[in-house]
Design a protein around this ligand. Structure first.
Ligand SMILES: C[S@@+](CC[C@H](N)C(=O)[O-])C[C@H]1O[C@@H](n2cnc3c(N)ncnc32)[C@H](O)[C@@H]1O
Ligand SMILES: [Zn+2]
Length: 193
């Protein structure tokens, strides 16, 4: 009998499928979160942050009705042209909560956003990254309360917003204002890499 052609047997030719790395379930931090189903090594790209790729103007228009004290957002800034709306056509990445002492970080490559492990994550641990939500010069006085953090880390800074920058000189402030005027279109909050 001639030898069987193994290339037609998909069980033998397909690479072995690895068990899924993560699952989405209820989180003690907020709503749903993303948890490791197995050990994830430092440096692993866990997943891409997917969703509708839209302009800042479109993102503002889409969520124009949002209340000022509603801190929930699936928006992620790629650059001054593009925002990813994880709420439309997004994947599990949109459920990763913010952490002030995170085990992941967001990274940009070819204008796409990836979530990468910055330390080895044990099975069962919740994944998190620092949202670094942008501050605005006209932020309300209570903005850090509205965006209050409940990550529970010993080093929790109490806010999902980016840390306050040290006070700048008058000259630097003026230069920054001009820059912001060019790029700001946002009325709704986004995270950024
Ligand atoms: C991309 S969603 C993350 C998934 C969210 N837990 C859910 O179930 O939809 C981002 C929102 O989750 C909430 N959130 C995430 N991390 C948080 C934290 N450390 N403390 C408080 N709220 C958090 C905020 O409302 C934030 O805008
Ligand atoms: Zn925190």
């Amino acid at each position: 009998m001639p030898p069987r052609d193994k290339s037609t047997n998909s069980r033998l030719t397909k690479p072995p499928r690895r068990a899924p790395m993560i699952e989405v379930r209820h989180s003690r931090i907020h709503g749903f979160g993303v948890f490791a189903l197995r050990r994830i090594r430092k440096g692993t790209t866990v997943m891409e942050y997917l969703g509708d790729r839209i302009s800042h103007a479109e993102a503002d228009a889409r969520y124009a009705d949002k209340a000022d004290d509603d801190n929930h957002t699936f928006l992620f800034t790629v650059d001054k042209r593009t925002v990813i709306d994880g709420g439309v056509g997004g994947n599990e990445a949109r459920y990763i909560n913010h952490g002030c002492d995170p085990n992941c970080e967001s990274a940009l490559a070819d204008r796409r956003v990836y979530i990468e492990a910055i330390r080895t994550i044990q099975k069962g641990e919740e994944l998190s990254y620092d949202y670094q939500i942008q501050r605005d010069p006209d932020d309300a006085a209570d903005v850090d309360e509205v965006f209050g953090c409940r990550c529970g880390a010993a080093a929790c800074r109490g806010s999902m917003l980016e840390p306050r920058k040290p006070t700048r000189t008058k000259k630097a402030k003026k230069a920054k204002k001009v820059k912001n005027a060019k790029k700001r279109t946002k009325a709704t909050r986004r995270r950024s890499v």
